[in-house]
Write a protein that binds this ligand. Structure first.
Ligand code: PMP
Length: 436
């Protein structure tokens, strides 16, 4: 028969077999059976525009990824204890996109693992443990990554901030302490690092480093004012720490104008962390660092990951980065992102519920607000779910969950962008109606 899988049945069995804190997106959860470029298809074959998922960076089910993976699985898939030209080819492709000071790659299997390794590298290099990180950040689901993720440890049920961690206010110039009318806001946000360094030292934790999502995503799709990270990095280095850029969400051309977010900030990190999009769905994490830091870590204990840097992972990772170049996807991100921001700004002028539109390329946030300008999670949830009814998938984010998160595969096209804006227009008109 051609009957689709039983939606309700799968949902019930999922409840029976999995932990209760595994969440489902949307009031009416989706069952997705197929993907193609920036589209997804449910169990009935109904099509959805995927304007949310950043993992399928070059598009769902890309034929070149299918072919590369199948071919490599036929040949060999083994680990980094054997030589293979694909390992060095993948490393060289990544390094070709990075500043010259970043020279050494470590391959792991996820963003969490990569951040975990970045913590070990910073401790090995500095002999210290203290870490500074912006509030509301997310770096992964492992013990060490949760310890530096306020988004997790500060929640009810979280274990709280560890002694060796100090938080600084996220550089949000829409809602934070220093706003867009202040030309020195980048320096003012960066100055918040000084007391954080002192607080760590006073508690007996000398500084190992600073880690931040280059553009904070779970913090609310924030673009820090230009020069913020450069100023922070200078302070961190002066205090003996290393600077880690988590580019899991921002890297690989998504920003359009920049291949990596730190380029916009005029800053060069000591470590870059990559994940999610670099495997287009295949699990890959990478840490890239300086020769000096790698030498400190090369202290007699072997570094090995069974699957990290597998022949298959290197083949897929290299193919993804090649596709970004071959298909001009960074340029497309810039063109489509500009078109979308322009459309969204038009909506912001017409609807009071749109407080702010921000972002770069295909990394965008729309902050939804109540009549007083306060965060409105209710409007955000309504809009997100109504967009889903119209079969356009977007997410929500931010400390109060009132920021629409738009982050499609880089293959998205003009008609799709226009459909997002037109549909959002209709949904925001509904919000205006129930507000009046
Ligand atoms: N860093 C950032 C910025 C992320 O967004 C995520 C995942 N959302 C991670 C790290 C963790 O990656 P993973 O889920 O692959 O372990």
């Amino acid at each position: 028969t051609h009957a689709p899988p039983d939606h309700a049945g799968v949902r019930d069995r999922r409840r029976a077999h999995f932990g209760g804190n595994l969440s489902l997106t949307y009031r009416e959860p989706l069952m997705l059976m197929r993907g193609w470029r920036h589209h997804l298809f449910d169990e009935w074959g109904r099509v959805y525009l995927d304007a949310y998922n950043n993992v399928p960076h070059v598009g769902h089910a890309h034929p070149r990824i299918q072919a590369a993976a199948a071919d490599q699985l036929r040949k060999v898939n083994t680990n980094t204890r054997y030589l293979h030209p694909l390992q060095t080819a993948f490393a060289e492709k990544i390094l070709s996109k990075l500043p010259d000071s970043l020279q050494v790659c470590y391959f792991v299997n996820s963003g969490s693992e990569a951040n975990e390794l970045a913590l070990r590298l910073s401790r090995a290099h500095t002999g210290a443990k203290g870490m500074i990180t912006p509030d509301h950040g997310y770096h992964g689901n492992t013990t060490g990554a949760v310890d530096i993720s306020a988004y997790k440890f500060a929640k009810p049920g979280g274990t709280g901030k560890p002694d060796w961690v100090e938080l600084v206010e996220v550089a949000d110039d829409y809602r934070g302490s220093f706003r867009r009318d202040d030309p020195d806001r980048a320096a003012h946000f960066a100055d918040l690092v000084d007391p954080a360094i002192e607080a760590l030292q006073a508690r007996g934790f000398p500084l190992a480093g600073f880690i931040a999502e280059t553009f904070p995503s779970v913090g609310g799709q924030i673009i820090p004012p230009e020069g913020y990270l450069a100023a922070v990095y200078a302070k961190i280095r002066a205090a003996g720490g290393v600077c880690i850029a988590d580019e899991v969400q921002t890297g690989l051309g998504r920003l359009g104008a920049f291949y990596f977010g730190f380029e916009h900030q005029g800053a060069v990190p000591d470590m870059v962390v990559l994940g999610k999009p670099i495997g287009n769905g295949h699990p890959i994490g990478v840490v890239i660092t300086t020769r000096e830091i790698a030498q400190s870590f090369d202290n007699g204990i072997e570094f090995f990951s069974t699957f990290g840097g597998s022949t298959l992972s290197c083949r897929i990772g290299k193919e993804v980065l090649d596709i970004v170049d071959d298909e001009g996807l960074q340029e497309n991100a810039e063109a489509m992102g500009t078109r979308l921001i322009t459309g969204l700004e038009g909506l912001a002028r017409r609807y009071d519920s749109v407080g702010d539109v921000r972002g770069m390329g295909l990394f965008l946030g729309v902050e939804l607000v109540d009549a007083q300008g306060g965060e409105s999670p209710d409007i955000c949830s309504y809009v997100k779910n109504r967009m889903r009814d119209h079969r356009i998938l977007i997410g929500s984010e931010g400390p109060k969950d009132n920021i629409l998160k738009i982050r499609p595969p880089l293959t998205i096209e003009t008609d799709d962008i226009d459909m997002i804006v037109e549909t959002l227009d209709k949904v925001l008109a509904e919000v205006a109606l129930w507000q009046s």
